[in-house]
Design a protein around this ligand. Structure first.
Ligand code: FES
Ligand SMILES: [Fe+2]
Length: 328
């Protein structure tokens, strides 16, 4: 079975776009194999199947006029909460059929992202407490499509043993290959993972991010996940600079995903935001290049893959994710 068909996954939140992508829309996105349209009406984003209730034309082919999404096929209009507000062929002021309203899915905007749950969500959005802290600024980086299973992305984001092998063009070349013993623990706000320390190469391209011009910088880090597919990494440097990464993997289908990351930093806000994240982008591109060579989704069974002690975090995530997927 494809993991995206698991009913339990429909009851969780996934970021599918950035807030600024839906101003006002319409935007077509795909989540767990379902095509959705996003548009803005009455100040809020509406998310609904990308299929008009009249003759099933993709609503994302339409246009937003004022507060109304106008379908491209016969011009039916949809407003706030997906309410059908006009049927041009019936004439001005005619009642609309009660079944003409869009069967909207759950949508929220937070951290500069539009989050969607296809069915009544069983939990809240992942919490990044730094978002409330005025000492930190938030930087959004855009949404990319990766030809990679979201399961392989999470496995990768929880893994530090690939750093000196994959990240040779950025921070990893020549750094320690041995991973110290990992102790998993509850972190804050529902994140589960581990704390560790690494030395990272600090080339010229990285100095805007690290705030240091040493050749190698020491980082105190933590990496953790919340189910189903969200990872957070925190980085602290010796001078107190903190750099928080929210790494989001959203399944378009079993083997294709949206990737976006959000950064929070307690720097002095003087360095250009895009310059700050350009080193992180280069790191992400190294992961993407590797992962796009690995076909299929991650085998989830306990004995499906060979794992060693450095895989402990991803093995634990995989165990919990499998339990979730098998819950129905
Ligand atoms: S299919 Fe959209 S108005 Fe007819
Ligand atoms: Fe990586």
């Amino acid at each position: 079975m494809q993991f995206v068909q698991a009913g339990a996954l429909r009851r969780h939140w996934y970021p599918v776009a950035e807030t600024e992508d839906v101003a006002p829309g319409p935007v077509k996105v795909t989540l767990l194999g379902e095509d959705l349209v996003l548009y803005r009406a009455g100040g809020s984003v509406v998310a609904a199947p990308d299929r008009g209730p009249h003759r099933e034309a993709p609503l994302s082919l339409g246009r937003v006029e004022g507060e109304t999404l106008v379908c491209a096929y016969h011009g039916w209009g949809f407003g706030e909460d997906g309410a059908c507000v006009s049927v041009p062929s019936s004439g001005e002021g005619a009642a609309v059929p009660p079944t003409a309203h869009l069967p909207c899915v759950h949508v929220r905007e937070r951290y500069g992202l539009v989050w969607v749950a296809l069915e009544e969500p069983v939990d809240d959005l992942p919490v990044v407490a730094h978002d409330e802290d005025p000492a930190f600024r938030r930087i959004n980086t855009g949404v990319e499509v990766w030809a990679v299973s979201a399961t392989r992305m999470v496995d990768n984001f929880l893994d530090i043993s690939h750093f000196p092998w994959v990240h040779t063009g950025t921070f990893g070349a020549g750094q320690a290959t041995e991973v110290p013993k990992i102790d998993l623990e509850e972190l804050d706000n529902g994140w589960y993972g581990y704390a560790y320390e690494v030395d990272a190469n600090n080339p010229d391209e990285a100095t805007a991010t690290s705030g240091s011009d040493e050749d190698v910088v020491h980082r105190w880090m933590s990496t953790g996940f919340v189910l189903p597919l969200t990872v957070r990494s925190t980085i602290r440097y010796a001078d107190g600079l903190e750099h928080i990464l929210l790494l989001c993997s959203t399944p378009i289908d079993d083997v294709t995903s949206y990737f976006t990351f959000v950064v929070w930093r307690n720097d002095d806000f003087s360095v250009d935001a895009q310059e700050v994240v350009s080193f992180d982008r280069a790191i992400g591109a190294e992961d993407k290049a590797m992962l796009e060579q690995v076909p299929g989704s991650l085998p989830l069974g306990r004995t499906d893959l060979v794992s060693v002690q450095s895989d402990k975090p991803s093995v634990e995530w995989r165990r919990r994710f499998l339990e979730l997927v098998e819950a129905d």
